[in-house]
Design a protein around this ligand. Structure first.
Ligand code: SF4
Length: 378
């Protein structure tokens, strides 16, 4: 990764877990630190600062972070270690109880404070250097304009943060907060700045992009404005929530020439009882109807989805509903996840009564089905 900074000052290493939002957040953090003339390194062993940008969406992702922190015992020098992102917000100062190696903990909305926190930690005695910041609600806009991108042609642009849907299994509203949309003028300026650096492709990011709204500019208006930016060749967006997805979006996907015909539309389950328990706000029939319209209106449109198997109380026939939905829709890609209870969520109180082996079996079966669909065998 070319940071364009002189090889001076502290060296930092950043490891990203989870989704594209975190990839972009890591770029933002790198932009903030390189602005202090600190140097990004890909060599963990030579880093003065090690940052783990974490994800809490699944337990598996968290386990991986704890395991990586455990491995740091082998590092000879004594780097400053920071845990940032969703796990930081979920566990706050309890992170220090779990791992005494961690020096600072910073939630996703407080990442702008990281340079100051590192300076503070570095000045303190190594036995008392524990700092955590998890209180900011809205990120300052200027952090999006630091111009640091991992890729020379493509950039992620965050259009909204957090989510107000409170699906019963999801930790996002608790760790990233409720939905906050960025001012559309600032988003458009960020894209223009990226283009000035040679970037020609953009992916707009949000937990639920379709809920975007800023001073009369809704998501459809926003993508029309993005489409008209000079120098931009292609753009796409993730993620869409079925309950906020409209025919107007499909019309825009059909008509805007720079917009990729790719829709990621997480269904999560094919069973109406489970969808209701998940608090998804739509039915299987509504989803099928939406897909039908998408396929009619957006010729050659690509479609992908997410499915959770082994949700609390999911019976075999309800799993079969998900299986049959995948078979009927024939997605271009399906991302299948095994349910795991997440802190703070409503579903954490439900009995996690589908065994690990059964979750694995259901996971394997739908994965195999999707593979066959993708290979054209089904
Ligand atoms: S829509 Fe539901 S699953 Fe997606 S981020 Fe929001 S609460 Fe989580």
């Amino acid at each position: 990764m070319d940071t364009g900074v002189k090889k001076t000052g502290l060296r930092f290493y950043i490891r990203t877990f989870g989704c594209q939002m975190n990839v972009r957040d890591s770029e933002i953090i790198s932009g903030l630190l390189t602005a202090e003339s600190w140097q990004l390194t890909t060599n963990l062993g030579e880093a003065d600062i090690i940052i783990f940008n974490t994800c809490s969406v699944r337990r598996h992702a968290e386990d991986k972070v704890w395991s990586e922190i455990g491995k740091l015992k082998k590092i000879q020098n004594s780097p400053i270690i920071g845990l940032v992102g969703c796990m930081a917000q979920a566990y706050k100062e309890k992170v220090f109880e779990r791992s005494s190696r961690v020096d600072f903990v910073v939630g996703p909305n407080d990442i702008h404070k990281i340079p100051e926190i590192i300076k503070k930690v570095a000045c303190q005695n190594m036995f008392v250097r524990k700092v955590w910041e998890t209180n900011t609600r809205i990120r300052p806009e200027e952090i999006y304009h630091k111009g640091f991108y991992e890729n020379r042609e493509h950039a992620y642009v965050i259009i909204s943060e957090g989510c107000s849907n409170f699906c019963s299994y999801c930790v996002v509203p608790y760790v990233r907060g409720e939905l906050k949309t960025r001012p559309h003028n600032s988003i458009l300026r960020e894209i223009e700045e990226a283009i000035a650096r040679g970037i020609t492709k953009i992916t707009l990011l949000g937990q639920n992009v379709n809920a975007y709204e800023d001073n009369g500019v809704n998501f459809i208006k926003l993508i029309e404005l993005v489409n008209s930016i000079k120098g931009l060749k292609e753009f796409s967006f993730i993620t869409s929530h079925p309950q906020d997805t409209t025919l107007d979006l499909f019309k825009a996907m059909r008509d805007l020439e720079k917009l990729k015909k790719y829709l990621h539309l997480p269904v999560q389950s094919g069973s109406n009882r489970i969808l209701n328990l998940m608090r998804r706000g739509y039915t299987r029939e509504f989803y099928l109807d939406l897909v039908n319209n998408y396929r009619k209106m957006v010729k050659d449109g690509v479609l992908s989805t997410d499915i959770i198997v082994g949700f609390p109380t999911e019976k075999e026939e309800e799993f079969q509903d998900s299986y049959n939905l995948v078979k009927e829709i024939r997605f271009n890609a399906s991302y299948i996840f095994k349910y795991s209870p997440r802190p703070y969520t409503e579903a954490e109180k439900f009995p996690d009564d589908v065994s690990r082996e059964e979750k694995e079996r259901r996971h394997r079966i739908i994965l195999e089905l999707q593979k066959e669909i993708s290979l054209g065998k089904k």
